[in-house]
Design a binder for this molecule. Structure first.
Ligand SMILES: [Cu+2]
Length: 164
């Protein structure tokens, strides 16, 4: 079977995936959805056999009402979630933010390595640097948006150049 990102890319090239009413971009941000702007979306390559990967991005709310990222999904993992990091007994731990990630009006939230992040569990395919992988974000008010996460090297702490 072809790597997922490659088969999606050929479908995109063939025009078989339509943008519909949603913003849709391949590593070409920032992306606007409702009052929100999503920028610097990216992920990191995974070592062979890795069970999970993180995703990172910045969400800015230019509206006058709070919004919430309520769900994340992707075809490359069995399960996706938003994880918060916190220090417990001197150890960094992560937990799923089941109530959704709040973005207050006039504020920006950045998910980054070592901080809150998107979590992809049960990877169907390894993530390769230089490729881009699709995710769908669902916001309480702004609705659904599909975007691609350009992939940096294993362990990178900064977005790849392709992340805008
Ligand atoms: Cu996590």
């Amino acid at each position: 079977m072809m790597p997922l990102s490659r088969s999606l890319r050929s479908l995109l090239a063939a025009g078989l995936i339509a943008a519909g009413g949603n913003a849709f971009a391949q590593g070409a941000g920032p992306i606007e959805v409702g009052d929100l702007t999503i920028s610097h979306a990216w992920t990191r390559a995974t070592p062979p056999g890795a069970p999970s990967a993180g995703g990172y991005l910045t969400i800015s709310n230019e509206g006058s009402e709070p919004d919430r990222l309520v769900s994340v999904s992707t075809p490359f993992a069995e399960e996706s979630a938003v994880h918060a990091m916190s220090m417990q007994d001197g150890v960094m731990r992560m937990r799923a933010i089941s109530e959704g990630l709040q973005i207050q009006p006039g504020e920006s939230v950045t998910l980054k390595p070592g901080g809150d992040h998107l979590m992809f569990l049960g990877l169907e395919t390894g993530l390769t640097a230089g490729e881009a992988f699709p995710v769908t974000l669902t916001f309480e008010h702004a609705g659904k948006v599909e975007l691609f996460l350009p992939t940096a090297e294993i362990g990178a702490t900064q977005p790849p150049a392709a992340a805008k």
